[in-house]
Design a protein around this ligand. Structure first.
Ligand code: FE2
Length: 359
């Protein structure tokens, strides 16, 4: 499978117009395209937003009897499609279906005056999370079905550059079936595994396997809950999302301090990190370039592996349900996912889970 990277992530939401506004004003994404009644879409409305190499599509239903409305009704606002860039959408689709993928959209040519794209879609292990294969050829816009949004809207970028990884939460006992899907259908391989000993707190626990495509541009850590004395945060997600789905999207920055300052100024809320986390940090991670006091003030977490270190922070859920959130990450050599921070993070998450009465 010649997967070249993530082309875009499509969210199904209750109100695409307002979600578009949120990602613009809070996260600094630039709206570049629109599809809806004015472009011949009778049942849905979509906005495309961009920041460096990250592209989001937010879509909502404008009629009651729609699969989009059903998806949002069941799962809340969240990710429907992780679309992947390929050279040949038809060939990739055919190969995936031969290997057992469930077809959702046969290869379809989307044509306009200035060229065409080809889109084909398969279900992931869950039919409510899909993967489109997007073939762009020479077409330079997002899609011929979209109207470009004039360049007059003011947007202040927040320094987010690309998608680092996307984490999927799955039901207890289903991890290996998901791993099998990505290995056998998509040719991914397993990069790392974290057991419940690596990732547990006094209360809750999870296991995680990291899958990536052959060239490493696409990374999907997959989490399943594990038995703890209280409810795992993965189980809380599954209860409110009503099934498996995307838990978080990690967005890269080259300057996490500036990015987090800007996001905070825009009103983005982050998980609180206990002060005690920073007391023992120096011993755990050694020397770093950043001022520890600044990192502590901004609640940024740090972790180290044999290749270097990374800085990361997690937003609060982006929706009313305690489901999807973003991670902001800056890598300084480290290739991991901050597993040394899992415990610190989870304790922070659990304080919030307790406040919601779900621990
Ligand atoms: Fe992550």
């Amino acid at each position: 499978m010649q997967l070249k990277g993530i082309d875009y992530i499509e969210f199904y939401v209750g109100n695409a117009r307002q979600t578009n506004h949120f990602y613009r004003t809070a996260f600094g994404f630039k709206p570049i395209g629109y599809a809806g009644l004015e472009t011949g879409f009778r049942e849905s409305s979509s906005f495309v937003l961009e920041q460096s190499d990250i592209r989001f599509v937010v879509t909502s239903a404008i009629v009651p009897d729609s699969l989009i409305a059903k998806h949002v009704n069941l799962h809340g606002d969240g990710v429907y499609d992780i679309a992947l860039l390929v050279d040949d959408a038809s060939a990739t689709f055919k190969k995936a279906v031969e290997r057992g993928a469930k077809p959702i959209l046969e290869p379809t040519m989307i044509e306009g005056h200035e060229g065409y794209i080809v889109k084909a879609t398969i279900a992931s292990y869950s039919k409510d999370l899909v993967h489109s294969f997007i073939e762009r050829n020479t077409y330079s816009g997002f899609s011929p079905h979209y109207l470009p949004i004039p360049n007059t809207i003011s947007v202040t970028p927040t320094g987010l550059t690309e998608i680092d990884h996307i984490v999927i939460n799955v039901n207890l006992g289903k991890m290996d079936e998901w791993v099998d899907f990505y290995s056998s259908v998509m040719n991914f391989h397993q990069l790392q595994e974290f057991t419940s000993d690596d990732i547990s707190t006094q209360y809750s626990s999870l296991t995680s396997k990291v899958l990536q495509n052959s060239k490493g541009q696409i990374k999907f850590p997959i989490n399943q809950p594990a038995q703890g004395t209280r409810k795992s945060q993965i189980q809380e997600y599954l209860d409110f999302h009503h099934g498996p789905g995307v838990q978080h999207i990690a967005l890269k920055t080259n300057n996490i301090i500036e990015t987090v300052r800007q996001l905070r100024a825009n009103g983005v809320e982050f998980l609180h990190t206990p002060d005690a986390y920073y007391d023992t940090l120096q011993q755990r991670i050694g020397k770093i370039d950043e001022d520890l006091k600044v990192l502590k003030d901004l609640n940024i977490l740090i972790d180290r592996d044999s290749h270097g270190y990374l800085l990361q922070i997690f937003t609060k859920p982006l929706t009313d349900r305690p489901t999807i959130f973003f991670e902001i990450i800056q890598r300084k050599g480290a290739q991991g996912f901050g597993n040394g921070n899992f415990k610190a993070l989870f304790e922070a998450v659990e304080r919030e889970q307790e406040a919601r009465g779900n621990l």
